[in-house]
Structures are given as structure tokens and as C-alpha cells.
Design a protein around this ligand. Structure first.
Ligand SMILES: O=P(O)(O)OC[C@H]1O[C@H](O)[C@H](O)[C@@H](O)[C@@H]1O
Length: 496
């Protein structure tokens, strides 16, 4: 077991005191990497805290684990697999990198063929996939694809038929390409949605609906069994985890919407962050410092949640993307050796969009009894075409909220007092382009990795999602050994 005593014994000084006593604080706790300015000076990290975490990183062999990941060792021990998402952007074991490059070349050739009307005239792209096979591409398209008129792309994940119904209302089956995205090609929701899209196409007189399917998967043989022609399967490696897969062929809808050049930029931005993570000393390493702050709050201050707020509409899907990345990766209870972790693991990630969230949930952040480390994300260059005052207001609100959380305010009336000393970090992007977004997402991935290593857990499996799936499957087949409450609910809904 790693020794946390030095970290747990860190003094708890107020943020304002930390600033007052250390003129070098801002410089020491801010960094510029790949077009992103990171500022952790409004967190309780101190030189002592950073040194204590660096010691813990040595003890848990973070450097060795990091090189094991990039080097292609089977760091996903419970599934006995390498972790290969960095190879998708050119950083990793040579063999994995060249395999990823050849898969990308194939993906690019298929996009070229679609653009040249080899699939007939395509106007609409209907992507079905869920979890990691949906959240990443959706984030990319929503963030970067707003001005692109290349294709209408819809991402449908939920098995709730209303999700597909909405798309059927606005897409023309004669000009729709179906993209089935599933690493395993067995996920119930995705397979059911895919069948329904095929039925919709057939019903509308499309002659060979399976000829309009592209499959994105690490299980090509399953896609073939389902009816997809081998030439229209875009594979990716088993070592690329679902929630880390937007860089692989799972990014197809984003690549077709944005064009290949932008997709490549995304990969290049991520690779820049990979190199930073690999080479920078930990006290000036963005993913490491972010993870140190995360762990300080979960382990020392017992924070149970953390909340990123995107002060940019283009990043409105980021909080839900991060929920899967962080909670599915590090929401674990046992160590890599199968022992109880014995301390809190991932914080619950929640968040929202600024300024909207200020008028809804910020009350709790300023005066509530929970300590919530807040993360502000903002972009200097505006994405809108409205008068500059809009963007000015947006950014100033983000910065003022961080200041208010830290400063607080004393009033005679306790109800009107703010305790202050509430931490926040700020990520300020120069502009929101594919390159910067790639770097940003890679930053989050590595931050999750550092959290996992320091906690001694495997961030790359997700067995916790299996039991519910199994029980739903059993219920769907009319079986399952359920409790009285569940049996009653099934009967009430007329499903018994
Ligand atoms: O890509 P698929 O195999 O269809 O999996 C889709 C998703 O479902 C699973 O239940 C996991 O929780 C996710 O990590 C995964 O991304």
C-alpha cells in the first residue's frame, strides 16, 4: 500500500493566504501546453503538496507505468491487453502505431469513396453506437462541425425508439449512410437500432440497405456475420478502449463531417499532449498536476464530486464525455491486485455550461455544504458572429466566478455570507480548433491515468457495467431471478 501520510498531513491554508505568502504561486501553478493555458493557482496545491504527490508518484512508479502504457505492455491487467489509444495518434509501440496508421488510411479511403459517390448520393450519415462509441464523435461534431455543410450527421445511442424516430423524420433513406459503431458488435442497443435503420431503409424501397452500411468495430468477424461487407468494415485494435476510441475508426462520423485534414489535426494535437505528458517533469506536467489536485480534494478534503463548466456552447457536451471517461475509468473499488482500495476513488463528475449554470447550480457551489472543486473552461477566440460584447461577458463571468468562489464575502446576515476558499482551476484555450480539442481530450485521458496509477487501480476495464446488462437480457428473455419490487414493476408495465 502506498504511503499517503505525508499528503494527508498537508496544512490546510486558505487560498488567499497562499497567494499572499508566495509571489511565485501563479507562475508555478500555471502552464501553457498545446494552445491551452492551465491555471491551478486557485487550488490548494502548494510546493509541498506537489512534492508529496511527486513522492507518491515515485512510490507507485508512475513513470514506469506510463512507459509501460506507451510501450505496449499489457497494463490493462484484468483483460490482459495493452492500452493503445495513444498509438492512434502516432505515439506508442512501433507496431501498434503502424497498425493504427494503416487503419486510418483505410478509413480515409472509404471517406474518399463516399465523397466520390461510390455509395450513391449520400447526404445523411446516421451513426448508431452508445457509450464510447457515441460520446466522443458526438462531442467532436458538436464542437467543431457547426459551420460545416458537408453532411448531415446524427448520432443515435439510446434504445428508446424516440431517438431514432426524430432522425427518421428529417433524414431521407435514399441518401442515408448507416454507420454501426460498436467495439464488440454485440451491444444490444446498437444492434437493435441498426436493425431498425435497415428496416426503415428497406421499407422506403432502398434496394440493398446492407450495401449502405459502414461498420466501425474491433470485432470485424461479428460485423460480417451481421451482414456488412468486409470492404466496408473499418477496424480498430482491441487495445483501444471504448471510452478512448474517438481517435480510431470510431471517429469516422467526425472525420466525414469535418474532413480528413481536421481529423488529422485532432490526432496531432493529442500527440502533442502525449509528448508533453511523457517528457515534462511532474511539477510542470499538465495531466499530473491536474491529477494531484483531484487527489488532494478527494483524499484530503473528502470531496465527493468535481464539476467542469464549459463557458463555451461548443463544449457543452464535454461534461457528459468526461463523465464516462472519468467515472467508468476510475470508479473502481479494488486495486490492480484485487485488494480493496481502502480510499475513495473517482469523484463523481458533473458540470454544465456557463453562464447558464450560474443561474441554477452555482448557489450550492458558493454557499452549500459540499466542497466541489470547479473547473472552468473558456476559449479566448469567440466562435460566434455576434457583437464582441457577448464573448466578453461570457469570459468575464467565468473569471469572476472563480474569483468569487475563492474570495467569498462576509456579511452580518449569515444567509448573505460566502465562506470563500472554494477551489477552482481554469483551462483557457487560445481557440477551439481540432488541434486544441485533440490536446484537451488527451490531457483528460492522461489525467485519468495518473489518478488511476496513484490509486493503484486499473483504469481500463469496466466490469461494473456488466451485471445490469445481464439482468436486463435475462428479463428480456422472460427469465431472471428478481426481487418482489422488480417483479411488480415488470408486471405493472405489462412486460411479464
Ligand atoms: O462499442 P461497444 O462494444 O458497443 O460498447 C459500447 C459501450 O458499452 C459498454 O457497456 C461500456 O460501458 C462502454 O465502455 C462501451 O463504450
Amino acid at each position: 500500500m502506498a504511503d499517503w501520510s505525508r499528503i494527508e498531513a498537508l496544512p490546510a491554508e486558505r487560498l488567499e493566504t497562499l497567494f499572499a505568502n508566495d509571489s511565485g504561486r501563479l507562475a508555478r501553478l500555471s502552464l501553457d501546453v498545446a494552445g491551452i493555458h492551465f491555471d491551478w493557482s486557485k487550488t490548494h496545491l502548494t510546493p509541498d503538496a506537489v512534492a508529496a504527490f511527486e513522492a507518491l508518484a515515485r512510490e507507485t512508479d508512475l513513470a514506469g507505468r506510463r512507459e509501460a502504457m506507451f510501450g505496449g505492455s499489457h497494463v490493462n491487467v484484468t483483460e490482459d491487453r495493452p492500452v493503445e489509444h495513444t498509438a492512434e495518434r502516432g505515439e506508442g509501440k512501433a507496431e501498434s502505431v503502424s497498425r493504427a496508421a494503416s487503419y486510418h488510411a483505410r478509413m480515409r479511403a472509404v471517406i474518399d469513396a463516399i465523397e466520390a459517390d461510390a455509395f450513391g448520393p449520400i447526404r445523411h450519415v446516421l451513426h448508431v453506437g452508445i457509450g464510447g462509441s457515441a460520446l466522443g464523435p458526438h462531442l467532436l461534431i458538436d464542437a467543431l462541425g457547426r459551420d460545416s455543410d458537408r453532411y448531415d450527421v446524427a448520432i443515435v445511442s439510446n434504445v428508446d425508439g424516440m431517438a431514432l424516430d426524430d432522425v427518421f423524420d428529417r433524414f431521407d433513406p435514399a441518401t442515408t449512410l448507416l454507420v454501426v459503431a460498436s467495439k464488440t458488435f454485440t451491444t444490444t442497443e446498437t444492434m437493435m437500432n441498426a436493425e431498425s435503420v435497415i428496416a426503415w431503409m428497406s421499407g422506403a424501397g432502398v434496394e440493398d440497405p446492407y450495401g449502405r452500411v459502414i461498420a466501425l468495430t474491433a470485432s470485424p468477424e461479428k460485423a460480417i456475420d451481421w451482414g456488412v461487407d468486409e470492404t466496408r468494415i473499418l477496424p480498430f485494435s482491441e487495445g483501444v478502449g471504448g471510452r478512448y476510441s474517438l481517435w480510431s475508426s470510431i471517429g469516422f462520423p467526425a472525420a466525414i463531417k469535418l474532413g480528413w485534414e481536421q481529423f488529422q489535426e485532432l490526432l496531432d494535437g493529442a500527440a502533442e499532449m502525449d509528448r508533453h505528458f511523457r517528457l515534462a517533469a511532474l511539477h510542470e506536467n499538465a495531466p499530473a498536476l491536474a491529477a494531484f489536485a483531484d487527489l488532494y480534494y478527494t483524499q484530503v478534503r473528502h470531496a465527493e464530486t468535481r464539476a467542469p463548466f464549459a463557458y463555451d456552447e461548443r463544449l457543452r457536451l464535454l461534461p457528459s464525455y468526461l463523465q464516462q471517461l472519468e467515472m467508468e475509468s476510475n470508479g473502481k473499488g479494488v486495486t490492480v491486485d484485487g485488494q480493496p482500495v481502502g480510499r475513495p476513488t473517482a469523484a463523481i463528475t458533473w458540470g454544465g455550461v456557463g453562464t447558464d449554470a450560474q443561474h441554477a447550480v452555482f448557489q450550492l457551489l458558493h454557499q452549500g455544504t459540499h466542497l466541489v472543486p470547479v473547473e472552468f473552461l473558456a476559449v479566448i477566440e469567440a466562435g460566434d458572429t455576434l457583437p464582441a460584447e457577448h464573448h466578453r461577458q461570457l469570459l468575464l463571468n467565468a473569471f469572476a466566478q472563480g474569483a468569487a468562489l475563492m474570495k467569498g464575502k462576509q456579511a452580518e446576515d449569515p444567509a448573505r455570507s460566502y465562506p470563500g476558499d472554494r477551489p477552482s482551476s481554469t483551462l483557457l484555450l487560445e481557440r477551439l480548433d481540432a488541434r486544441t480539442l485533440g490536446a484537451l481530450i488527451a490531457f483528460y485521458e492522461h489525467r485519468v491515468f495518473v489518478n488511476g496509477v496513484l490509486l493503484g487501480i486499473n483504469s481500463f476495464d469496466q466490469f461494473g457495467v456488466e451485471l445490469g446488462k445481464e439482468m436486463a437480457k435475462a428479463a428480456a428473455q422472460g427469465g431472471g431471478d428478481f426481487d418482489p419490487s422488480t417483479n411488480d414493476l415488470i408486471a405493472r408495465a405489462g412486460l411479464a
